[in-house]
Design a protein around this ligand. Sequence first.
Ligand SMILES: Nc1nc2c(ncn2[C@@H]2O[C@H](COP(=O)(O)OP(=O)(O)OP(=O)(O)O)[C@@H](O)[C@H]2O)c(=O)[nH]1
Ligand SMILES: [Mg+2]
Length: 437
Amino acid sequence: MFDQIQERLNSIFRNLSKKGKISESNISDALRDVRRAMLEADVNFKVVKKFISSVHEKSIGQKVLNSITPSQQFVKVVKEELITLLGTEPDKIKIKKSGITKILLVGLQGVGKTTTAAKLACFLKRERQLDSVLVAADCKRPAAVKQLKLLAEQNKISFFSSNDESAINVVKKSMDYAFSESKKVVIVDTAGRLQEDQSLMLELKEIAKIVDPDEILFVADAMTGQDAVNSSKVFSEVLDLTGIILTKMDADTRGGAAVSIREITGKKIKFVGNGESINNLEVFNPSSMASRILGMGDIISFVENAKNLFDSEQSKNNQNKLFDGSFNLTDFENQLNQFNKMGSMDSIIKMLPIKGVKKIGNIEEKKLIWMNAILSSMTLYEKQNPSSINGSRRKRIALGSGRSVFEVNQLLKQFSQMKTMMKKMKNNKGIFPFNFK
Ligand SMILES: Nc1nc2c(ncn2[C@@H]2O[C@H](COP(=O)(O)OP(=O)(O)OP(=O)(O)O)[C@@H](O)[C@H]2O)c(=O)[nH]1
Ligand SMILES: [Mg+2]
């Protein structure tokens, strides 16, 4: 996702990081490059213009923090503006407190409406425990009805279709069906056309009038870039769209549609499709999307978080203890807790600019959890006198923490290796665990 724009932006940020300070002239160079990268990523030119001018204004006014480099400061401004552009906060799907919620999916041909209808039903079941009925309102194409029926069967979702010629009648009947089956949500999959043609628009308008939907979601194919943006604008002028679902983000290397669509249509992206399988639907989150586009991960907040925590008195104390050899398991536990305070291992890893790290994140996170479990099963005496932890104590700790003796041994071994290593490094203070000065 977004490989092209990520690469371009990263090289701009790297170049800027070689410069000492943010000045009028190097900011202008960086901004010119960002502008070009965005245009090449197929971001709408009006959006680019507005974006660049607000980043310019904000970065010139910024004080460069001591702890972070100017380029990071610049990335921070770019990121904040990008989040604003993408809609600031996630926009939740509207579900009625009582009665049946009606969701209409509209869009051009082949963008992913049918697939998304099924994905959305599964999402609502999984995340909100809501049962939906999938309604095939694409009456002209029998294959379209079959496709939705198959998806419904495969995923155990209710399905409604009717031999009626008119989509409007099908939708009307589906409401009675949903009511009789006590379903909470009706998701209507409509027909697509190659172009925004008059008859399609009239049909959709009519359906909307009769159904009075709670959500009219425009489904757009992210890969089509500005075409997706333009057609969403046309649809939003005819229908009261309540949001956008961008599909095929997994195959979109540029990101132009994702970045421009809200600014141009005034409608927020609610979900993104990021693959062909049924679970590949994500709630759109402007902040994490901005991180992904920038590709750098959220280094700034990571640095700030880490700096605050590891600069604390307790941490400095721990460092001194480590070097004079008096560091014990209580200190080790405190250090682990501090690390935990920075957020889940997963979120820390996500903030780092490393590719393909999701898996490592999970493993590490699990490890932190079991280490904590073992440490909290030790007595204070044991923590302060690690050498007292003999075989029978190890067995008791393992039992108490629900971990194996092997894992208890592993933790103790790591702890003693760390102490030995630190003793050796006595003359090279400041390396544990992070040094941001
Ligand atoms: N890679 C990827 N493919 C997707 C995604 N969403 C849908 N597709 C694929 O896009 C193709 C078209 O999807 P459909 O759901 O049939 O599209 P549609 O809008 O209903 O098409 P019409 O009914 O013909 O207008 C299918 O092959 C889907 O598997 C996505 O998020 N990622
Ligand atoms: Mg379809």
